[in-house]
Ligand binder design. Structure first.
Ligand code: ZN
Ligand code: ZN
Length: 137
């Protein structure tokens, strides 16, 4: 689970630098359930961290994803969205407002594939749904 403490410990364990901007990025992602984009995190933190770059947002997110503390959703072809909720769930994206909703998934999508010949184990799977949300309908 992504907490600032866990994140700092993980970054240190990989030998990555723990900077004030990286801590701020982790703090803003912790407990977040609105699936912010990298641009959104960047714009939110930029006023307080003028030296922050969007590349730092991406690289920090990639490190956290490697440590299983963050999901990077490639649900949109133009943007990636971040999700610190690691329990299995799918996502729905409204094609009009681009809002990303959590969708309950009733089965373990990763292990449901393993009876297929040629596949030994599945480590990662995502389910993306696209449509129009009720606000936009
Ligand atoms: Zn919508
Ligand atoms: Zn989610």
């Amino acid at each position: 689970m992504l907490t600032v403490d866990n994140g700092i410990r993980y970054l240190q364990s990989t030998g990555a630098k723990v900077t004030a901007t990286r801590i701020a990025i982790m703090k803003s992602l912790e407990n977040r359930n609105d699936h912010p984009s990298a641009e959104r995190i960047f714009l939110e933190l930029k006023p307080d961290y003028p030296t922050l770059s969007i590349a730092t947002v991406y690289s920090t997110a990639q490190l956290l994803a490697k440590g299983s503390m963050l999901r990077i959703l490639s649900i949109d072809e133009k943007k990636v969205y971040f999700d610190p909720k690691m329990t299995p769930h799918g996502h729905f994206m409204c094609k009009s407002c681009k809002h990303v909703f959590d969708i309950p998934v009733e089965f373990d999508i990763a292990s449901s594939l393993t009876p297929i010949e040629g596949i030994s184990s599945v480590e990662y799977a995502e389910i993306f749904y696209y449509g129009i949300c009720s606000k936009c309908a």
